[in-house]
Design a protein around this ligand. Structure first.
Ligand code: NAD
Length: 357
């Protein structure tokens, strides 16, 4: 198969980790006989320095006209005080918006080889953690009407949380379809005991669950979910929730694995075009030292193959290679343990690529 991938390396460790993911994708091409063409676009601080904007119009067009987008990370102290209208993250929000990326998928997996990296006790995580958070990304309170004004002589502010039936239905469908490919359970998270938007959310999810009789379904209140993620994370398979609840819960869940450098994510549109990136930022504190963990980006590339290119065997090959390298005791510094072999970012990429056969 021939595919065009827009590569946004970004700032800080972005170029280092992205290069390792490309190394792995190149190996996939040679083993499985595919042809991937990479189109490089500057994003974030590096683009601000060159062009005065965090992404150019031409760069955005390139993101829209390709088969998939792979992102490293953006931002850093150098650009913390630029005009808010051109901050590095503005480019990310713009790409999400322009590409209609309404579904954010964050698999949270505790690799058994790293189980002592979790802040939770062995008795809780011993059975493993393997859940997928499906977060609605383009609606809800982050996109509702905002008001700051004066009432009765004092300042007030309000933010509107609004969802339409179809917005809820399309994210729900992503969750049910994902559950069918996993362990077959959806936990829909809301605050239906208080919020009207949550009551509509629940109504739509119930209607959808009728269409998926083979998928086990439950409603869980968001406060209870926050608790259950700590008490018994193994009970979850797919969690689906609205934008703000998902923002908070996905960060909580990622910490259960204790290793931010390992976690991938995907943002999907209604077509096959998606954007794939590790969940962490540009880590300016370790940039340029070849010590970052590239596994989150490599696993994001695997998600790209699975979700945008329908290449399940190739995605499995990458995930198995990562597992094998961990089994062989290779670790980057962030996940280093006594008795293991410490490797650099570039060595980790090569180790994974070499195990794709
Ligand atoms: P961060 O995720 O960049 O770093 C947090 C800590 O985790 C740091 O100590 C860092 O060294 C470590 N870390 C992160 N990724 C790692 C990896 N792959 N391997 C080893 N260690 C890793 O978060 P931050 O420090 O809060 O933010 C730094 C910059 O990144 C900021 O400018 C922020 O705005 C930006 N940011 C960008 C994105 C994105 O591009 N999607 C996301 C979050 C933050």
């Amino acid at each position: 198969m021939k595919k065009v991938i827009t590569v946004l390396k970004g700032d800080g460790i972005g170029p280092e980790i992205t290069n390792e993911a490309l190394k792995v994708l190149d190996k996939i091409c040679s083993v499985y006989n595919h042809e991937f063409t990479y189109k490089y676009v500057d994003i974030g601080g590096v683009s601000i320095d060159k062009y005065g904007v965090p992404i150019t119009d031409e760069g955005m067009e390139q993101c829209k006209n390709c088969d998939s987008v792979l992102l490293g990370a953006v931002g850093g102290p150098k650009w913390d005080y630029v005009d808010p209208s051109i901050r590095p993250e503005k480019a990310l929000l713009a790409v999400r918006h322009e590409l209609g990326l309404f579904a954010n998928l964050r698999p949270t997996k505790l690799f058994t080889q790293l189980s002592n990296a979790s802040p939770l006790k062995e008795t809780i995580v011993g059975g493993g953690i393997d859940l997928l958070i499906v977060r609605e990304l383009t609606g809800g309170i982050y996109f509702g009407k905002r008001v700051t004004d004066t009432e009765n002589g004092e300042l007030f502010a309000s933010d509107e949380m609004k969802y339409s039936y179809s917005e809820i239905e399309r994210i729900g469908r992503v969750a049910f379809e994902s559950a069918k490919k996993r362990r077959g359970k959806v936990s829909s998270v809301d605050k239906a005991n208080v919020l009207d938007s949550s009551r509509l959310w629940r109504k739509v999810m119930h209607a959808l669950s009728e269409e998926y009789p083979d998928v086990e379904y439950e409603d869980v209140l968001v406060d209870n979910t926050a608790m259950q993620l700590i008490r018994n994370p193994g009970r979850f398979d797919v969690i689906v929730t609205e934008n703000m609840f998902g923002d908070i819960l996905s960060d909580e869940a990622s910490m259960l694995t204790g290793s931010i450098g390992m976690m991938p994510s995907a943002s999907l549109s209604s077509g096959s075009l998606g954007m794939y990136e590790p969940i962490h930022g540009s880590a300016p504190d370790i940039a340029g030292q070849d010590i970052a963990n590239p596994i989150g980006t490599i696993l994001s590339a695997a998600m790209m193959l699975r979700y945008s290119f329908d290449m399940a065997a190739e995605a499995d090959a990458i995930e198995n290679a990562v597992n094998e390298v961990l089994d062989l005791s290779y670790r980057t510094v962030d996940i280093m343990q006594e008795g293991k072999t410490q490797v650099k970012c570039s060595e980790m990429g090569t180790l994974v690529a070499d195990r794709i056969k």
